[in-house]
Design a binder for this molecule. Structure first.
Ligand code: MTE
Length: 328
């Protein structure tokens, strides 16, 4: 059995590495570490039999507030594959603020989600700060079953609850100058425990971005729930972006700020390595990642132990009819 463990090298005390060249080597090393973990992270929990204690702890993190009854949008009520087991989806996460391995689900419980506010700012006629309850009341919630394709070449099918991004766009009215949007995730180095905290500066906070037309597309979604309940912390509570035709890293978690701008915004992965993580990042089986093929994916559906089925990756993750016209 092969288990790839993320090394603990980032825990080297700051004072041991002081020169500028060492600093840049360190940064490069961390980038490689994260990239390696992104590329290989299907492996770490393979074969690990979860103890009943940890299964109970996991189940408790998924037992969030029910949002039922909720209406399912008939256009997105199912896809050609089964919905992924809730417990698997809830322990197989990427959330680098809380670490680089697959124990993120547990570490992420430190995220403080009370009195959450989302600031909408920049090139809009109606800049404002919403609190989360206001957002949930103002924009009718619906359920959508979407395919989810990570750049790491694994995939799931997830039943999100939320509202279309275009509803928020209409509410704040971007000005004619606005061409892009940037999403910023929660970041507090006293609470988040990811490698950057110990290892030196990464481009925190996590940011992602879209072109305005992409944000206004029917598919673009803000999720506040999943599997009938409010979002568990490991999935990016209390509000995150879901963009099913793009690789999963575009979907910023735990959003605190949405800024409309004229120029393409900086984003976390693109800043770390623009060659490996493009800004557009549409799912494309014909465009390999520099370090692995994107032609197929490991579809994760059944629990309780991790297993997958190798399937072909679809252009735009199967959503070409909705978004293909954005890229001609
Ligand atoms: N958002 C933040 N703030 N931090 C992250 O590390 N990881 C991204 C994305 N959003 C990430 C993030 C990546 S690489 C993926 S694949 C998805 O979240 C994973 O979402 P999930 O854990 O809910 O499956």
């Amino acid at each position: 059995m092969t288990i790839i463990r993320v090394p603990k090298s980032w825990e080297i005390p700051e004072q041991q590495v002081t020169s500028e060249s060492a600093y840049f080597n360190r940064r490069r090393f961390l980038k490689t570490l994260i990239g390696a973990s992104l590329g290989a992270s299907i492996l770490p929990i393979v074969g690990c039999e979860p103890s009943s204690e940890s299964q109970q702890a996991l189940a408790a993190t998924l037992d969030t507030t029910s949002l039922k009854p909720i209406k399912t949008n008939p256009a997105f009520s199912e896809v050609d594959r089964p919905i992924t087991d809730q417990q698997l989806a809830g322990q197989y996460n990427n959330f680098y603020e809380f670490g680089g391995d697959k124990s993120i689900w547990s570490n992420a419980q430190a995220l403080p989600t009370e009195d959450w506010k989302v600031e909408v700012t920049g090139l809009v006629k109606n800049p404002r700060t919403y609190d989360l309850d206001e957002l949930k009341k103002k924009f009718p919630l619906e359920e959508r079953v979407y395919r989810f394709r990570c750049v790491e070449a694994w995939s799931m099918v997830l039943p999100w609850i939320g509202f279309p991004m275009k509803s928020l766009v209409a509410d704040v009215e971007p000005t004619a100058q606005a061409k892009f949007v940037q999403f910023t995730s929660y970041y507090n180095p006293k609470i988040t425990q990811g490698p950057g905290l110990h290892f030196g500066p990464l481009p925190w906070p996590y940011t992602e971005g879209l072109r305005l037309e992409e944000m206004a597309n029917e598919l673009a979604f803000f999720a506040v729930g999943i599997y009938g309940n409010t979002l568990p912390k490991q999935h990016g509570a209390p509000i995150r972006a879901v963009l099913p035709w793009k690789y999963g890293f575009k979907g910023a978690k735990s959003i605190v700020k949405i800024e409309f701008m004229e120029a393409q915004p900086a984003t976390f992965w693109n800043t770390l390595d623009s060659h490996e993580y493009g800004f557009e990042a549409n799912v494309n089986p014909n465009k390999p990642h520099p370090r692995w093929s994107q032609a197929t994916e490991k579809f994760i559906s059944k629990g309780p132990n991790l297993s997958w089925e190798k399937i072909k990756t679809l252009p735009y993750n199967g959503y070409g009819e909705y978004v293909g016209s954005l890229y001609v």
